[in-house]
Design a binder for this molecule. Sequence first.
Ligand code: KG4
Ligand code: ZN
Length: 339
Amino acid sequence: MKKFILGIESSCDDTSAGVAYGRKIVANVTANQDIHRLYGGVVPELASRAHQQNIVPVIEAALRQANISPQDLSAIAFTSGPGLLGSLLVGTSFAKSMAMALDIPLIEVNHMQAHILAHFIDNPSMKTPPFPFLCLTVSGGHTQIVQVNDYFDYKLIGQTQDDAAGEAFDKSAKIMGLPYPGGPLIDKYAKLGDPYKFKFAKPQVPNFDFSFSGLKTSILYFLQKEVKKNPQFVEENLNDLCASIQHTILDILFQKLELAAIDLNITDIAIAGGVSANSGLRERLKQKEESLGWTTYIPNFEYCTDNGGMIAITGQFSYLKGDFANNSTAASARKSLKV
Ligand code: KG4
Ligand code: ZN
């Protein structure tokens, strides 16, 4: 019999709850935290506080959307890490209490694994990758190439040595005076600009690893120099700057992704994480179907950025395995993918 699993996500600045029924997501409700815009980045203490304000209404809304009552749930899955500790504690404590009150199993979920397993949501507009496939997971905190051999069998092929791809977007946007999170704004303005207008540094990093910190510095120095000559430089060139920055970030990502695909002889390629919502990334990946013979897998927008649906589907797989957490489990800010 299919089960209803509630998934609770609170690792960063989105409070989200999703309900999985089998592999279908029947509810996915997210409260974003606008407060961080004022500060140009996520303020951990404010994020925890906002999670505490949002978590009850978000879960109530998800249960309403799924048209079920708490008693219909078979288990509660929650993000236990990686993420901001104060944020994770809110979801973890709430999930524990709710599972105890309902006397149902508790399932802990690794946030990075959930981004990958979002690909297995049964949705008519998404296709499911076959094993093994390569997944480029790009978010605000992580950038990884992972070989996915099975739902619970991963091999880390490469990762960033410093900033994540999402951070590269957000920090570049901040340098240009755009509000947080800058990734979606760079995406928006890049559509109107020339990606070849400005050239920025691309790092030389061994193997399949990435580095983005040099790019940020290169943008900063370039803009400082130009703004000295013309104080309106950013405003007058915003579209071209965004297009060129996005183009550089995508070049860095694709250079390593293509190398890894050749080296491992894998042509089923997926993307996951918040940056996979980027339209330039999605478009470039699609082009590789023709140029490199890849079959590509791109989640729907709502399952790219942090969402409870991906926690619920991951919980569903753990439930089938009987992999339950005990009540002494705790959140941890650093948590690597089990490889
Ligand atoms: O996965 P996610 O929602 O949260 C983390 O786990 O970090 O990713 C958030 C990141 C942010 O850096 C945000 O700017 C970026 O994803 N992002 C985008 C786009 N939408 C979200 N970056 C570029 N283009 C987008 N359309
Ligand atoms: Zn994420």
